[in-house]
Ligand binder design. Structure first.
Ligand SMILES: Cc1ncc(COP(=O)(O)O)c(C=O)c1O
Length: 393
């Protein structure tokens, strides 16, 4: 058994890890998908940086941060994800990164087609729909079959590419926020390439939670945040553009600070959260010290497997996310099949069992309840969930 898989089951290890976090008493949080928790040491470092910036004001920023430290922090980010520093630029979240890419992708012509699926994030869907008015393109919308399978997902995209020969651009979500389904990005990217379709990848839930090699995925354009599974302070994200494709993304509409050959010209120039950025070296160090995405992912998958294995075959429960290890991660959704309104069940999980979850609508497979353990979640929390699901079904 690989080390990460063995350690994922070691409750004593994870208890020691959880002790590094301050957790307010209250419901058991199974909605860790919204944003991540910072460790106590990261919070302390962040507070120190807030004081430092507040005390020095623009002096440190103008004299050191802009010319030196920000580049060093970007180099550390690039190293963490295994790409060249010149291919990433910080943004304040994944949304800003993705919207810059969608808005400034300059290869669309009137009459071209762009593609989205039911599993994209709502703001990504609406940004792609905005292209219809601004670029005169047709927006093709597809729904994914349920239950999802590796071959089925590929077949859906293959069929869409064949049926819509004018497709030039598509959005793809690496880990969908609706059901936690992990898309076979590398295989879809290879297929898209054959059909001349570019992909803008939404990696908001992927970074830090699942292990991947961005360059090997064959993706030229992607947007990420650092405040979900990497554990940074809020307000941090970045965009990635493969260096050979930079010319295909226009500079930001108000850009006047960086040369067109500099990827930073592809983001709005504005005052960032300096203390948050300055905290990143410690965030990266802690992420790496734990074992990075392979270690975090193995733990989250283990917690997910505990509850999914216990309830998958029970009448009255449908787990929406498949068990193919290529297609799932820690986030998984389920539905109470005998109850019409999943939101009512979310409330009962909270009021009767002290379990905090969230309802998700909008997938072609229907409304569901999203269950997202975090790194401070325990196996005992999962047992409590199993009891609750059993009683409520
Ligand atoms: C799949 C997906 N994409 C994009 C986003 C937006 O991320 P951010 O809030 O960092 O802009 C989210 C946030 O939950 C998400 O789940």
């Amino acid at each position: 058994m690989p080390d990460n898989t063995r350690r994922a089951r070691d409750e004593a290890f994870w208890q020691t890890f959880a002790d590094r976090y301050d957790v307010q008493p209250g419901p058991i949080n199974l909605e860790n998908g919204y944003f991540g928790r910072m460790s106590r040491t990261v919070v302390e470092e962040y507070q120190r940086n807030i004081e430092l910036i507040n005390n020095s004001n623009s002096v440190y920023v103008r004299q050191r941060f802009e010319q030196h430290d920000s580049l060093e922090i970007r180099a550390q980010l690039a190293e963490l994800i295994g790409v060249r520093a010149q291919s990433v630029a910080f943004t304040c979240n994944a949304t800003a990164a993705l919207q810059s890419l969608i808005r400034n992708y300059n290869l669309l012509r009137p009459g071209d087609q762009v593609l989205i699926s039911d599993l994209e994030y709502d703001t990504v869907k609406s940004a792609m729909r905005w292209l219809a008015g601004s670029r005169g393109v047709e927006v093709v919308e597809i729904g994914h079959a349920h239950p999802a399978s590796f071959d089925g997902l590929l077949a859906t995209y293959r069929e869409a590419f064949i049926r819509h020969p004018n497709l030039k651009l598509m959005a793809l979500t690496h880990v969908t926020h609706r059901t936690g389904l992990v898309m076979p990005v590398q295989a879809i990217a290879a297929l898209a390439k054959e059909h001349g379709v570019d992909i803008i990848l939404d990696g908001a839930h992927a970074l830090g939670q699942i292990d991947f090699d961005l360059e090997a995925l064959g993706i030229a354009f992607a947007g990420y945040n650092l405040h979900k599974w990497i554990g940074s302070p809020l307000t941090l994200g970045f965009l990635y553009v493969a260096p050979q494709r930079l010319a295909d993304i226009d500079p930001d509409m108000a850009e006047a600070h960086f040369p067109v050959t500099d990827i930073r010209s592809r983001t709005p120039y504005s005052t960032p959260n300096f203390p948050a950025l300055m905290t990143l070296p410690l965030v990266f160090e802690e992420h790496r010290a734990l074992g990075g995405a392979p270690a975090k992912g193995a733990r989250l998958n283990h917690l997910r497997d505990l509850w999914v294995k216990a309830v998958r075959n029970l009448p009255g429960i449908e787990v929406m996310t498949p068990d193919d290890p290529r297609l799932y991660c820690g986030i998984t959704s389920m539905r109470f099949t005998r109850h019409p309104d999943q939101q009512v069940l979310v409330e009962r999980l909270l009021n009767e069992f002290n379990l905090f979850t969230v309802a998700r609508n909008g997938s072609a497979c229907g409304p569901c309840i999203r269950i997202t353990p975090g790194l401070t979640t325990t196996a005992a929390d999962m047992q409590r969930l199993i009891v609750a699901l059993n009683e409520l079904r």
